[in-house]
Write a protein of this length. Structure first.
Length: 354
């Protein structure tokens, strides 16, 4: 859904083909991101109690950052080559300065920390979602450090109450959810996806597949019919219900175990990281006259690239995880402290002049 959404965006920008974007708008991208957040909430609620706080946050850091930095580096070289190959018509192709130094100052390198800072864009063009993901990890870490994981569902309900209050009292402010700061991020409605994922993990034994799936479809469909100021909350609830229904089918052995889909799951993080540069490059080099051919080619290239990098990504993560899990506790604690301090320092520094 996310890849398809960005295909419609760049078809409109580069080729002026706006039909599909006019039909679908931002729905595919938003629904894909919300589903990801639901799964993240569900998984973190399940994983966090199994590890000490420092080990948990260390695992999250080594899962996100090495592959992200690698993809940024690869995209930097790719965009330089693409700019050279397409000039003088290299519009929409970012150069190294705009990728890494958006305003021409070293402060912009702080974007690579994925801390919530108010920037108009990021190197790969998709990082705003990762700001939520990394901040959510820190929230779970803080709850774990305080010894309150057994109360995580209760704390999530309180968080949901704060989010609903923010959405109801300041609906206009919700429009800037793609450019959050450390202060504003916790109040955006899209966080409801994490919250419903956490609650779903707690209630999973009581979920019945068919009612959950039907309720989810109904909730999402009704938003399209009658949008309102709490629409993001309803979308998150609907997609969470569908995800929980599918998970219930899986637990009951009624969901087919298809190896290609499992591989796509393994590669999903890399698919997310690389798809915008590949879509942009494909459309610039092929042109968009043959719309469906350009879309099919870009999708095939995204999957092929993700198969290579994604396989290395997963293997590398598990190997690094094994090495660090057997290291002295001081090493894990040191990595955890370094990550948390750097992340929070960047986020707070990002508030200057914003």
């Amino acid at each position: 859904m996310v890849v398809f959404y960005h295909q419609t965006v760049y078809l409109a920008r580069i080729g002026g083909h706006t039909t599909m974007h006019d039909i679908f708008g931002g729905r595919p991208g938003l629904y894909g991101v919300v589903a990801f957040f639901v799964l993240s909430g569900y998984l973190m609620a399940d994983i966090a109690p199994k590890y000490r706080p420092a080990t948990f946050i260390m695992h999250r850091a080594i899962r996100i950052y090495p592959t992200y930095w690698f993809c940024v580096l690869a995209a930097t070289f790719f965009f330089y080559w693409l700019w050279t190959a397409t000039r003088p018509n290299a519009d929409y192709v970012p150069n190294i300065a705009t990728m890494l130094l958006a305003d021409g100052v070293s402060r912009d390198l702080l974007r690579l920390t994925l801390a919530p800072m108010v920037f108009s864009d990021f190197p790969l063009g998709i990082e705003w979602t990762l700001l939520y993901e990394t901040t959510f990890y820190l929230i779970i870490f803080a709850v774990s450090l305080a010894g309150l994981l057994r109360f995580l569902p209760h704390l999530s309900v309180l968080w949901l109450g704060v989010v609903v209050w923010a959405m109801w009292t300041n609906p206009a402010g919700q429009g800037s959810y793609t450019t959050p700061s450390i202060i504003t991020l916790p109040f955006f409605g899209i966080n409801a996806a994490f919250i419903f994922g956490i609650l779903g993990a707690r209630l999973r034994a009581h979920v019945r597949p068919l009612p959950a799936l039907l309720a989810g479809v109904l909730l999402v469909a009704l938003v399209e019919v009658a949008p309102h100021r709490l629409a993001m909350l309803q979308i998150a609830a609907g997609l969470a219900s569908m995800v929980m229904g599918l998970l219930a089918l899986e637990r009951g052995g009624r969901l087919p175990q298809l190896l290609p889909l499992r591989r796509l799951g393994d590669w999903s993080y890399v698919i997310y990281l690389v798809h915008v540069p590949i879509i942009l490059g494909t459309f610039k080099l092929m042109g968009t006259g043959w719309t469906w051919m350009a879309m099919a080619t870009s999708m095939a290239l995204v999957l092929l690239t993700s198969a290579v990098i994604g396989t290395l990504d997963v293997a590398g993560y598990y190997r690094l995880k094994r090495v660090l899990d057997t290291a002295p506790p001081a090493v894990r604690i040191g990595i955890a402290v370094a990550f948390v301090v750097t992340f929070l320092a960047a986020a707070v520094y990002g508030l200057r002049g914003r």
